[in-house]
Design a protein around this ligand. Sequence first.
Ligand code: F6P
Length: 327
Amino acid sequence: MEYKIRTVGVLTSGGDAPGMNAAVRAVTRAAIANGIRVKAIYRGYKGLMDGEVQEFTTQDVSGIIQRGGTILKSARSEEFKTVEGRKRAYDVLQKEEIDALIVIGGDGSFTGARALAQEYNVPVIGIPGTIDNDLWGTDSTIGYDTALNTIVECVDKLRDTGTSHERLFLVEVMGRDAGFLTLNAAIAAGAEAAIIPERTAVAEQLEAAIGQGRRKHKNSGIVLVQEHAIEGGAKAVAEIIEKYHPEYGTRVTILGHLQRGGSPTAYDRILASRLGCAAIQALLDEQRSIMVGVQNNEVVYVPLTKAIKEKKDIKDDKWQALQVLSI
Ligand code: F6P
């Protein structure tokens, strides 16, 4: 007998990312257009376990494409990592007659989705939503482009005051274990150097930061430091530099959570709209346990396991470009 998806659940999980709302809108409208009911789940997996479920109509997602954050709220749940927690979640899926689950989030959220799929044979589809861009199998994640533009805008502003006061600015950038935001923002903002976790020789990176950040013909500089590239982040780098070069007038700016906010860029809205539609199409194509992504501007289906486990590398030409262009 043909297995038909009648009702799909959708949730946002982990760190919020601009464009998540556009994805929720796309999932909702694409599902309804295909005769599938949509049940919105609030507060990620926590809300799923607690039964925070509401049916959505197309009107429920009106006026949200331009809004940052997530109207569904987000959470990180320790309980969902346990077998008991996932049993509670499955009971709610059954009670609500939800046949398939769409999870908008990052690798932690996908790990939870995959466990639920394995234990209860629930069809799950992942939509990559994280500013970190650290998921394998997609060129970009929803929210990354917006965060990148936010960082560049902030660094441009810091450059104004940095040049006026002839100071060295160290700017700490988010990214969890990945340096995509840091490296790309450094190139786009014309920074003197970047310190990222993918380049393990931190001592050399530090040397470059000191050298490029303050050469003879430059009396100010900007160095971007990925939050986890070095223990203690940008503050730790500042301490080292100040010790040897107190004359640099080093200042630290931690951009923090402002990188996660704001209205999504057109790029992120389009990406989220495409991937939301693709997630519903994937269910119609009887796909299970996959992430929808884009590669070379084409929508692709990637096994969830690969998206979680494989490591996406930074492009070496970009790293080289930064070294050459910061001289
Ligand atoms: O994954 C998104 C992200 O913003 C990371 O870049 C950062 O390390 C982390 O989340 C911060 O998490 P929290 O909001 O829980 O402090």
